[in-house]
Each structure stands twice: as structure tokens, then as C-alpha cells.
Design a protein around this ligand. Structure first.
Ligand code: SF4
Length: 538
């Protein structure tokens, strides 16, 4: 739940103040509702598990004790309050710390404990001592109270309130060592949004099973013993551990159990429903989605328009089309140079209609060269039927495959946008009229050539996709179930391909590159970046 914009009378969690001590931006990310599941946090939660259970309290040691301070406007939980109240109690905070490191009390620990002590004292208890118990070292380190600590703790409460009530995000720390160990680095992107060359790489989540594509008509996905089970009749088609699924994409007539929908919403994993031809029908979003404030900023900015952002989406799309042609095509250097000239004009146009005109011009040049990217060994009947790019109602296999794969890219982009709390519907290039997922359509532009087109070109060139994988009816051409499976595999292989990020120089999957770009849009909306920079392959 987002705390940003909270009423001044709403109490602040003491843990949030602890984040401010570590880094003001981390407090802001937490307050905005960013949920970060890192190994560090899992270790921290497991260290707390027993002390978080108030029923395991003993008369001399109360666990998970609620504490508040009305005047300071803070609330929190003390892990353990032990001892005789008449003599004065001891407050203990449980922390996990790697065994290879010293059990050292940090500044956030001291401030948290001080605020807990102040809360308990304001509730009428006398606190005799306080300390941090390091679970891995099984050792208690005491913290001495002082008026200096009290003053700093009160000051951090004020700072936290200012962050929560602020209109824009605090800037990231500048080349700070803390960022290397920060649990929030993958959502904060401190180097990326300051456009510095990142000093550390973003870890790639397990690329093999993070998105589940359900393609078999008549099947059903359900929750079974902590796994997502897909069945058709009595046959089990797939069974995947729940925690391995970052999202679900469903194509056509496939049922999903209510329990599975609820569990995925709880985990913040998005479900995207598509038609059998890959057209996106809708998506789910958890009520815990972060960055409610930035969503409002997104609506306002979308309504006002942002030509700079729109130009960047189109310029990167055209630049990436030129790169794909240069790398794979038989297109002449002149044709590639012509597309690059159009790209330069995209960066200078003064209106959206002009931008769409330039985009159309580049598309005509690119798709004229498209057949040249297929090798001689590919099914030549596919190339023979190609009569230029057709959006809806494809009448040839290549266009049917492109339509399907663009639907997959759109689903991935929607998922990335929803994950960072923005609304796929309010964009800057495409219109939100007619209820299109406008921001997702904007953001996917720069990824069409390197992910979607590249996947189809690869599948045709290696012989895995051919003209037998379509059905035809009344001039319409659609993929068969086999065709959809082949195109899905080709797309997944491409989305999971690890590349050197053209801008930041570290290794990421294409899928993670989409997520990073969604966060670049977020950084513009929350005020941490002046402008948006797209991904351009070279
Ligand atoms: S990554 Fe660095 S700037 Fe970002 S929240 Fe963490 S410590 Fe702060």
C-alpha cells in the first residue's frame, strides 16, 4: 500500500524511518509500495518469524509488541520487550546478518531502537536498556541511549514525513557504496536513471520460467500444492512452482481458477488475457500496485502530451529497424542510410501527426526490405506470399506470425508497466481513445525489431516456422496450435536472450530490458529524470 501523500495525521511506521536513515530514496520507494523480494529480505523475515508471533510470548518476554507515540506520529512493533516493568524493561530488535560479517549495530538500527524506546516510554513503560540480537551470530549487542540519538531520531521522523508528503522522488545516492548492497537497487536503478555507466550489474531473474504462456485451448490452470498446474481433461500438461511465475499470459479459450487468480494478485504477478490470434483482451493488477502518485502524474502528463517522449519512442524504433536490416538483410547501405535519415527527422518533428507520418515513411522502407532478411534455405512460399505489412486480418503466414508475436511483446510490456505501478492505458504517442493500452504500445515500439521481428526471422530462417502452420478462412490467415507453439517458443527464446545493454553496458535479458525502460518512464514521472532515453541497438 502506498503511503505517499498520506495525511500528516497518519502515523509513520518506525521501519520507514529506518529506511530514511539508510537512504531517503529507499524510504520513498517503500512508501510508494515497491515490494522487493530479495534474498536479504527473505533472510530478514525468517529471522523475525518467531518473534513476530505474539502468541509465543512468555510473562517475562513479550513478543511483537505494538508501540506508538501520538506526539511524534509514529507506530511500530518491538520484536521483544522483556523484564520486569517495575524494574525497567529491555527492548530487543532481531536482525539477520551474514556470519562472515561482524554483528555490527548500524545507524538505522540505533534510530529504530531509539524510536521504539520513545514509544514505550510515552506509553508509560520505563526502558532500562535496548539492543540488537543478531540471529546468525546468536549474540546481543546493546545500544546506549543518548540525547544526541533522541534528537537525531526526531529529526529523521521529520525527514521521513517530508519524503512521504513530497511531490517528487529523492534523487538516488551518487556513486555510493550502499547501493551495491541495497535490496531496492533493482527497482531504484540509481546509476541508470542518473545516466551514469552502471558500476554494478542488474541481476537477471531466472530467465527460464518467469512467464507462463498458456496456449492449449480447453485447458485449465489451477493452484495445486504450491504449484501452477495446467490440465486438460485427465491429462496434466504442465506443473510449475508458483514462485517461479512472474506472470501468466493466456491465449484463447483457457480457464483459470479463482484461487490461482487470487494468489497471483496477492503476489503482484500480472495475468494478461489474449485472443487466440494474440490480441490483448485485458490484464489483472493487484490492489497493492506501487506508485499511485506517479499514476496520477502519468494521467496528467498523458493528457497534456509529451512530444519529447513520443519522439524518442519513434526514433528508437526506426533506429532499431535500420540495425536489424543492416545485420540480417540484403538491403543496400543506401536503404539503411535512408531509414536512418528518416530517424533523424523523427527527433525533430513538431507535432504528433508529423511524427506518425515519419514513422509511416520509415515503416514503408523497412518492410520493403523485410523479405531480404530471409535466407535461401527458409520456406520461400512464405516470402512469396508477403505483400507488405498488414496489421489486423493477416492474409499471409508472415503477417499472421508477426501479429501474434506483437501481441506477445505487448503482453510483456503491459506486465513490465503494471509491475512498476504505471497504467498501460495512458500513453504519450498512441491515443488512449478507443481504450487502447497506449503506454504499452508506446514502449513496445523500440522492442519490435530486436525482439519480435527478430524472433520471426530466426524461426523462419532455421526452418521451425513454415507455411503449413496456418489455417485460412475467407481470406484470413491464422496460426494453427502448432504454429502458435512454434512462434511462442521463438519469442520466448528471444525475450530470454541475454544481451549487453546498449546504453548501460551490463548483461541483461531482453525481457529485463523492457522492465528497465518501464522504470525509465517512471523516473520521468516521479521527477528523478528530466527526459526519457530509449534503447537503441547498434
Ligand atoms: S539503490 Fe542506492 S539510491 Fe537506490 S534506494 Fe538503494 S541506497 Fe538508495
Amino acid at each position: 500500500m502506498s503511503l505517499l501523500g498520506a495525511d500528516a495525521s497518519e502515523p509513520l511506521p518506525i521501519s520507514l524511518v529506518g529506511h530514511t536513515v539508510f537512504c531517503p530514496r529507499r524510504a520513498w520507494l517503500e512508501a510508494a509500495g515497491e515490494r522487493v523480494d530479495s534474498y536479504q529480505m527473505e533472510v530478514g523475515s525468517s529471522a523475525h518469524r518467531r518473534v513476530d508471533d505474539p502468541t509465543s510470548s512468555r510473562p517475562t518476554a513479550q513478543r511483537s509488541v505494538d508501540a506508538h507515540h501520538a506526539e511524534l506520529g509514529i507506530v511500530g512493533k518491538c520484536d521483544i520487550v522483556e523484564g520486569d516493568p517495575a524494574q525497567g524493561v529491555q527492548v530487543i530488535e532481531y536482525k539477520a546478518s551474514p556470519v562472515r560479517r561482524q554483528p555490527t549495530v548500524t545507524d538505522p538500527h540505533r534510530i529504530q531502537l531509539t524510536l521504539q524506546r520513545m514509544c514505550l516510554e510515552s506509553m508509560g513503560l520505563r526502558v532500562a536498556s535496548m539492543g540488537v540480537y543478531f540471529t546468525n551470530h546468536q549474540s546481543l549487542v546493546t545500544v546506549e541511549p543518548s540525547t544526541e540519538l533522541d534528537t537525531r531520531a526526531i529529526d529523521y521522523v521529520s525527514q521521513t514525513r517530508a519524503i512521504v508528503e513530497g511531490k517528487s522522488a529523492p534523487p538516488p545516492l551518487d556513486a555510493d557504496e550502499k547501493c551495491r548492497f541495497c535490496s531496492h537497487a533493482s527497482v531504484c536503478l540509481p546509476d541508470e536513471i542518473t545516466a551514469a555507466k552502471p558500476a554494478r550489474s542488474i541481476s537477471v531473474t531466472d530467465p527460464n520460467t518467469d512467464i507462463l504462456h498458456l496456449l492449449t485451448y480447453g485447458s485449465r490452470a489451477q493452484l495445486r500444492q504450491g504449484r501452477i498446474q495446467v490440465v486438460k481433461g485427465d491429462e496434466e500438461l504442465a506443473s510449475v512452482p508458483l514462485e517461479r511465475a512472474a506472470g501468466l499470459v493466456i491465449y484463447g479459450n483457457i480457464d483459470v481458477s479463482g484461487a490461482l487468480v487470487r494468489e497471483l494478485l496477492w503476489r503482484g504477478a500480472t495475468i494478461v488475457w489474449c485472443s487466440g490470434t494474440g490480441r490483448v483482451i485485458g490484464w489483472s493488477r493487484s490492489a497493492k500496485a506501487p506508485h499511485g502518485h506517479e499514476r496520477v502524474a502519468q494521467y496528467l502528463r498523458s493528457e497534456q502530451g509529451d512530444l519529447g517522449m513520443a519522439r524518442e519512442f519513434v526514433a528508437c524504433k526506426i533506429g532499431n529497424q535500420a540495425t536489424l536490416l543492416r545485420r540480417n538483410g540484403t538491403a543496400t547501405a543506401t536503404a539503411v542510410a535512408d531509414i536512418r535519415k528518416v530517424k533523424r527527422r523523427a527527433g525533430q518533428v513538431r507535432s504528433l501527426p508529423d511524427l506518425f507520418a515519419v514513422e509511416g515513411e520509415a515503416a514503408a522502407l523497412y518492410f520493403a526490405g523485410f523479405p531480404g532478411m530471409f535466407k535461401e534455405r527458409a520456406d520461400q512460399s512464405l516470402v512469396g506470399e508477403w505483400d507488405g505489412r498488414a496489421g489486423r486480418h493477416a492474409s499471409d503466414p508472415l503477417n499472421a506470425a508477426l501479429n501474434f508475436v506483437y501481441g506477445m511483446l505487448l503482453s510483456d510490456t503491459i506486465r513490465a508497466i503494471v509491475a512498476c505501478g504505471l497504467d498501460p492505458s495512458a500513453g504519450f504517442l498512441h491515443s488512449s481513445a478507443r481504450n487502447k493500452p497506449a503506454l504499452a504500445l508506446d514502449l513496445m515500439e523500440e522492442f519490435r525489431a530486436p525482439i519480435a521481428d527478430s524472433a520471426i526471422i530466426g524461426a523462419v530462417n532455421n526452418g521451425s516456422f513454415d507455411a503449413t502452420m496456418v489455417t485460412r478462412s475467407l481470406g484470413d490467415c491464422r496460426l494453427t496450435e502448432r504454429g502458435r507453439k512454434v512462434v511462442t517458443s521463438a519469442y520466448e527464446r528471444r525475450a530470454q536472450t541475454v544481451i549487453t545493454h546498449p546504453e548501460f553496458g551490463y548483461r541483461v535479458t531482453w525481457r529485463r530490458a523492457i522492465e528497465i525502460q518501464a522504470r525509465m518512464v517512471l523516473a520521468v514521472l516521479d521527477g528523478t529524470r528530466q527526459d526519457y532515453r530509449g534503447v537503441q541497438t547498434r
